[in-house]
Ligand binder design. Structure first.
Ligand code: DUC
Ligand code: ZN
Ligand code: ZN
Ligand code: ZN
Length: 469
């Protein structure tokens, strides 16, 4: 068994930071001790002096090769997980998609085929339930035994994914029984469809109108409804990609009553804004078309999201990684914003973008590790094996250089390894750098770049959420 020793670094967990050496035997962390106290010989010694040593990032929300909007997300499991590795993410949880008319178990088999043997890092699955009926409700029970323990519903996208309130109640009742976690895309899809039609009739067809026709009221209303239906049924609820401060405040209120409700946000909602999208030349605003949409900086949504990351009411930061190229994909929406495939690619940059929040004094080092690594592990039943550096945990480790620098984008010397023909983050400069990444004890990225292997990543059977109040 290969032994690796990571020496001299500052180990950062969600609760503190201290100088410690980390010993890895094979794929597993076996010891952490004060510097120099580990009297062992190791085949590989990594000098982490002056660096942070943290658990590998867990991105709990990705859509690799997802069929969507008349096309397919441009990262495959191979390219997307490789890009994740570059950025210090060592586990993704991707969504198996069941749309109307499809069978859940067929879709699970399809997703296993897509991912198996192709991933650079470990991966798990959530299940999208897009067609609630007795068969899909029964499949939920089976999936829990197969390590797929969370179920996403949509209040948006009528005709494709949208569930009625009655269907939501049925699915939540099933989750309350079987211990599963309900994940909710909370936007009022029927209201949005009317606003979209009216905008198009007015001739408001530019990308910016995507956001204008999905105003915060549609997010807050759906969030409120989801919270109430979760309360009614007793199901735990994780609201994905929260971008509106009003929706978040509804979640905070529910949490204050002791309800099992959790908020996820994404880097795009922390850094990008509707005003910037409006100011983009020509069709460029399409680069940032995603749902929920970017929100107004003037209205202060971004600052509120950062604030609630600090307080703990935003539980996790994931990416909703759903990349599309401009050419032939985003371009489907020239002259009609509603035809622009929704999504932004960020799986490579989440750890860096959130570290920048530490550098800028918005969040602590510990909160960085919490929202990017530890909380997603607990939320999605991975904790112990993932999300923590402790004896017995998988040796998924990132050595992060706080004095390093990362230039994001497609230009020379910039970082971008996702399968896209543009970067939604072009020009972003990060005061930090992912130096070394280990996945189950194997170095998959070092200073020379990605040195991992397709197929190294394994499917992870997840347990039930370990994060409930
Ligand atoms: N939102 C996105 O931006 N992309 C994929 C699906 C979604 O809900
Ligand atoms: Zn969604
Ligand atoms: Zn998503
Ligand atoms: Zn470096």
């Amino acid at each position: 068994m290969t032994r690796t020793l990571i020496q001299g670094g500052t180990v950062v967990s969600s609760t503190g930071a201290s100088l410690q050496d980390v010993l890895i035997d094979g794929e597993t962390v076996t010891a952490l001790l004060a510097p120099g106290r580990l009297e062992v010989t190791a085949e590989t010694v990594i000098d982490a002096t002056g660096k942070y040593v943290i658990p590998g990032g867990i991105d709990g929300h990705t859509h690799m090769e997802m069929p969507f909007g008349g096309t397919q997300a441009s990262d495959t499991f191979e390219t997307g997980t490789r890009a994740a590795a570059w950025g210090g993410t060592t586990t993704i949880v991707d969504f198996v998609v069941q749309a109307h008319g499809q069978r859940v178990q067929d879709q699970v088999a399809t997703w296993h085929e897509k991912a198996s043997g192709n991933c650079a890092i470990d991966y798990g699955f959530h299940q999208i339930i897009g067609d609630v009926d007795s068969e899909s409700l029964k499949a939920m029970d089976e999936l829990i035994g197969e390590g797929i323990t969370s179920f996403k519903l949509f209040m948006a996208y009528p005709g494709v994914f949208l569930s009625s309130d009655g269907q939501i109640v049925q699915t939540m009742q099933a989750a309350a029984q079987n211990g599963g976690l309900i994940m909710m895309h909370a936007e009022n899809g029927s209201a949005i469809d009317v606003l979209v039609q009216q905008a198009l009739e007015r001739g408001d067809t530019a990308p910016y109108f995507h956001g204008v026709t999905r105003p915060w009221q549609t997010e807050q209303e759906a969030t409120h409804r989801a919270v109430m239906l979760a309360d009614l049924t007793g199901a735990p609820l994780y609201v994905v990609h929260v971008s509106a401060k009003q929706a978040l405040s509804r979640i905070v209120e529910a949490r204050d009553t002791g309800q099992n409700v959790f908020a996820e946000t994404c880097p795009q909602y922390l850094y990008l804004s509707l005003e910037e999208q409006l100011g983009a030349p020509g069709f460029d605003g399409a680069k940032w078309v995603c749902s929920t949409p970017l929100r107004s900086r003037e209205e202060g949504h971004q600052d509120e999201l950062w604030k609630f990351i600090r307080t703990g009411d935003v539980t996790a930061v994931s990416t909703d990684h759903c990349p599309f190229c401009m050419k032939e994909q985003k371009e489907l929406g020239v002259g009609n914003f509603s035809k622009i495939p929704n999504g932004i690619g960020s799986v490579e940059h989440r750890m860096d973008l959130l570290y920048q929040g530490v550098h800028d004094g918005r969040i602590s080092l510990e909160r960085w590790v919490e929202v990017c690594c530890t909380a997603p592990a607990r939320m999605f039943g991975l904790y112990g094996k993932k999300g923590v550096l402790a004896p017995g945990a998988d040796a998924d480790v990132v050595v992060y250089d706080p004095l390093g620098h990362t230039s994001i984008g497609m230009g020379e010397g910039r970082s971008h390894h996702m399968n896209m023909d543009y970067s939604a983050w072009e020009g972003f400069e990060i005061d930090g750098h992912v130096d070394i990444v280990l996945s189950r004890g194997t170095v998959i990225k070092d200073e020379s770049g990605y040195i991992g292997r397709r197929g190294h990543g394994q499917f992870v059977r997840r347990g039930l959420s370990q994060n409930l109040i």
